[in-house]
Design a protein. Structure first.
Length: 284
């Protein structure tokens, strides 16, 4: 395999230890083609725990851009992508989305590149990741109407869209499809991008094996936190961290028609009902 240039895009916010762990694992990659170049572009959203300073000290090769706390994941990834194109570096062959809470296996990049070679040029490769305590897939490609996780099977598996935790995008795909859509500030941007890739006639595949570790976020947080009232739950679910109504409506219109009107209101109604039932249990 000829040498390749990879632009790694990351965002961070007050997860200093995890971000440093992710970068250390990235720096320790093995079995790459000779003369492979990996350049990382990290956008930090106003961390107050010293993340940018720690990254600059431990990984001076990483280009860190500091922005405000109002910049969430999708927006941050767009900034990182633009920075990678303006950096003055020669054009990269691949763009790698990498969450700051992913600890890559030492051969992860090699597996991603081998998979890209196996499925042919111009295809997206999604890295499946597992939980730290067990061999259970946590994030991967998604398939079917229910967007079920695609499990690694020992060979590349097709998917319809993807979680954005580990995604390898050839430059031709980026030029054709573009970055994460500007309408999405945090969530939904990765799923939307995957569906746009598919509509462009571009295939996406999941790696034959897990390429890293990434645990799910703690359960029962945000709008699902026990004990909060309906108003607070609705405030949280409509915030940028969960399902902002305008962005959710755009997503539903694009990818869920003709069920869009029903799906648009469904999560907000379910949230209100769930909190009401908890607050006023039957027989209470």
């Amino acid at each position: 395999m000829p040498p390749v240039r990879i632009a790694v895009l990351m965002t961070s916010h007050n997860r200093r230890a995890k971000t440093l762990s992710a970068l250390a694992a990235l720096a320790g990659q093995r079995e790459l083609p000779e003369d492979t170049t990996v350049r990382t572009y990290l956008v930090d959203a106003g961390s107050t725990d010293g993340t940018p300073e720690a990254v600059r000290a431990a990984h001076p090769e990483v280009e860190v851009t500091t922005v405000g706390t109002d910049v969430y994941w999708s927006h941050g990834m767009r900034i990182a992508s633009r920075t990678s194109r303006r950096s003055g570096e020669p054009p990269w062959d691949y763009q790698l989305w990498l969450n700051d809470d992913v600890t890559l296996e030492e051969d992860a990049l090699a597996v991603l590149l081998d998979t890209a070679h196996a499925v042919g040029p111009g295809k997206v490769v999604v890295g499946a990741v597992r939980a730290s305590a067990e061999d259970r897939t946590t994030y991967s490609g998604r398939r079917g109407r229910a967007l079920a996780l695609v499990e690694p099977t020992g060979r590349p598996e097709p998917c319809d869209t993807y979680n954005g935790n580990v995604v390898l995008l050839p430059r031709t795909v980026c030029e054709r499809v573009g970055d994460i859509d500007e309408v999405f500030q945090h969530g939904m941007g990765d799923y939307d991008h995957g569906f746009r890739v598919r509509r462009a006639g571009i295939a996406a595949y999941v790696t034959p094996c897990h390429v890293g570790i990434c645990d799910h976020n703690p359960p029962h947080t945000g709008s699902r936190e026990p004990g909060i009232g309906v108003r607070e739950a609705l405030r949280r679910i409509t915030s940028q961290r969960e399902l902002p109504p305008r962005q959710w409506w755009v997503y539903c219109l694009r990818h869920c028609w003709p069920r869009a009107p029903l799906l648009m209101f469904s999560p907000y109604v379910k949230t209100a009902v769930r909190c009401s039932v908890r607050r006023f249990p039957a027989g209470g």
